[in-house]
Unconditional design. Structure first.
Length: 165
């Protein structure tokens, strides 16, 4: 059994990615400056990224393992993992990112890949937001409004997938 086969055996009913780092093996460029007053974060430069991810990803796992970096799963593996139990693909993936987050390009690429496989993957960017834009956002600020919008989208998506009102 290949690694992709093992991943594919675990069907994904729904996936919500709030600025997910989908390929931690990739060097990520430093992002543009954030707007004045922003409480968002920019991901760290590569040397610090390396220290960070190696603190979390321990042997026997490797950074280029598809179990750790889902962007590295083959198309067949992704298609099988997102296959609904009844044999039909349905809306299952929601990606929410800040437009100034430096992992946004790899998230967009994965969402596009899923759609090319017939999986209804929704991708939404939040203007003027960096990585973890929701973490320090305060009520009444523009980031607070985007945080509320992102969380509401995630809740509505999960309600629709799980048919909860």
């Amino acid at each position: 059994m290949t690694r992709d086969d093992a991943i594919a055996q675990r069907h994904i009913r729904a996936f919500v990615g709030l600025y997910p780092w989908v390929d931690i093996s990739a060097k990520i460029p430093f992002p543009p400056e954030l707007p004045p007053g922003s409480t968002s974060h920019r991901l760290m430069p590569f040397p610090e990224q390396y220290l960070f991810v190696n603190a979390y990803v321990q042997p026997p796992f490797r950074l280029d393992d598809p179990n750790v970096s889902p962007a590295l799963v083959s198309d067949d593996g992704l298609a099988q993992a997102f296959q609904a139990a009844n044999g039909k693909r349905k809306k299952q993936a929601l990606f929410l990112c800040g437009d100034l987050d430096n992992i946004t390009p790899q998230v967009k690429t994965l969402a596009t890949r899923l759609r090319s496989l017939g999986i209804d993957a929704i991708y939404k960017e939040f203007k003027d937001c960096g990585h973890s834009f929701d973490k320090l956002a305060r009520k009444g600020t523009w980031e607070g409004a985007r945080k509320s919008e992102a969380y509401a989208e995630a809740v509505e998506f999960l309600r629709a997938v799980h048919q909860v009102s």
